[in-house]
Ligand binder design. Structure first.
Ligand SMILES: NC(=O)c1ccc[n+]([C@@H]2O[C@H](COP(=O)([O-])OP(=O)(O)OC[C@H]3O[C@@H](n4cnc5c(N)ncnc54)[C@H](O)[C@@H]3O)[C@@H](O)[C@H]2O)c1
Length: 304
């Protein structure tokens, strides 16, 4: 047996025993041959865009796309500085992850975009179209949450929340479809929440829950409106995930995490990367006969 064959056998043995132990496999995956996956899950050759992508779930969605072969990606967030910093981080990640890809072909850009402004969204799409000439997969992840009881919620804050969560998702989807229809189609994923389906307790957040229910039904409605054009619209609804959004809430209430975990059948909060499979599935050709659907990734929360 040659040296290379012996090494490959040893690596696959280590990988198998790591999987058996239920431990991390990343240490072995870096040197093991690339795992085989269904080709329709590949994001290679697709131009992708994610809003609210400088951190949190949006940034993780970008990493998932890059890990699945995407080299053309627009990272949108409120400030140009943060969007560009995330784009630079993702460029380094892309070069390290896809070592077989010519670094010259990796084009990841950061763009300023406030999704609550239709003009700002239109400008971002104009920049994307002039940079890449097309757009294939869009994820509307920008969103905010606040906790006020209904009687105490100031109107200007309610309005801001709907402007970002509901109108922002609508502007993002509508501009995506305007550009995708002439090219024959594309995939749009709106990030809603398990809160579109249940009422979270104990923290009060009526406008947030209603905004996410609106996003879920918006996706079904747009999916039907655009079904024959090749544009698909689906929803990803996370449960409690550890990001800045939830850490900010938990910082003021340390007991709350225990309550959330006890209400989740799997007994824990999710990590952003727990959504990677679902976002790649919905954004890739693997889900090409799927539109108007919701995938919940919530540790079983909505089942009880
Ligand atoms: N983290 C969770 O547990 C959880 C659960 C269910 C749903 N969600 C949803 O997932 C999405 C992402 O949440 P996250 O946890 O990553 O939040 P996060 O606060 O960590 O990140 C949100 C990102 O959106 C950006 N953003 C805010 N307003 C914006 C605007 N007007 N225009 C453009 N970008 C804007 C922020 O700058 C930030 O980078 C949200 O829609 C949220 O409602 C999150």
């Amino acid at each position: 047996m040659s040296m290379a064959a012996r090494l490959a056998t040893r690596q696959s043995g280590l990988l198998r025993s790591a999987i058996r132990r239920g431990g991390s496999t990343s240490r072995f995956l870096s040197t093991a041959p690339p795992p085989k996956t269904l080709p329709s899950f590949s994001m290679q050759g697709k131009v992708c865009m994610v809003t609210g992508a400088a951190r949190g779930l949006g940034l993780e969605f970008c990493r998932a796309f890059v890990s699945s072969g995407c080299t053309s990606l627009a990272v949108l967030d409120l400030t140009e500085k943060e969007a560009s910093a995330a784009a630079a981080e993702l460029t380094a990640f892309a070069q390290e992850t896809n070592s077989d890809v010519d670094p010259e072909t990796v084009k990841i850009i950061g763009l300023q975009c406030d999704v609550s402004s239709e003009q700002s969204v239109q400008k971002a799409y104009a920049d994307i179209m002039s940079t890449y000439g097309r757009i294939d997969s869009v994820v509307a992840s920008a969103g905010i949450v606040e906790n006020y009881s209904a009687f105490d919620y100031p109107y200007d804050r309610i309005k801001r929340l709907y402007d970002i969560n509901v109108h922002g998702a609508f502007f993002t989807a509508r501009e995506a479809a305007r550009n995708m229809i002439p090219q024959g189609g594309g995939s749009i994923v709106l990030v809603a929440s398990m809160s579109a389906n249940i009422v979270n307790i104990p923290q009060p957040q009526t406008p947030y829950n209603a905004s996410k229910a609106a996003v879920k039904h918006m996706a079904s409605s747009l999916a039907v409106e655009w079904a024959k054009t090749g544009v698909r619209v689906n929803v990803l609804s996370p449960g409690y995930m550890l990001t800045k959004l939830t850490r900010d809430i938990l910082a003021h209430n340390t007991e709350l995490q225990k309550t959330w975990e006890s209400l989740t059948p799997m007994g824990k909060m999710g990590n952003p990367e727990d959504l990677s499979g679902a976002i790649v599935f919905l954004s890739s050709d693997a889900s090409k006969f799927m539109t108007g659907s919701e995938i919940r990734v919530d540790g079983g929360y909505c089942c009880i």
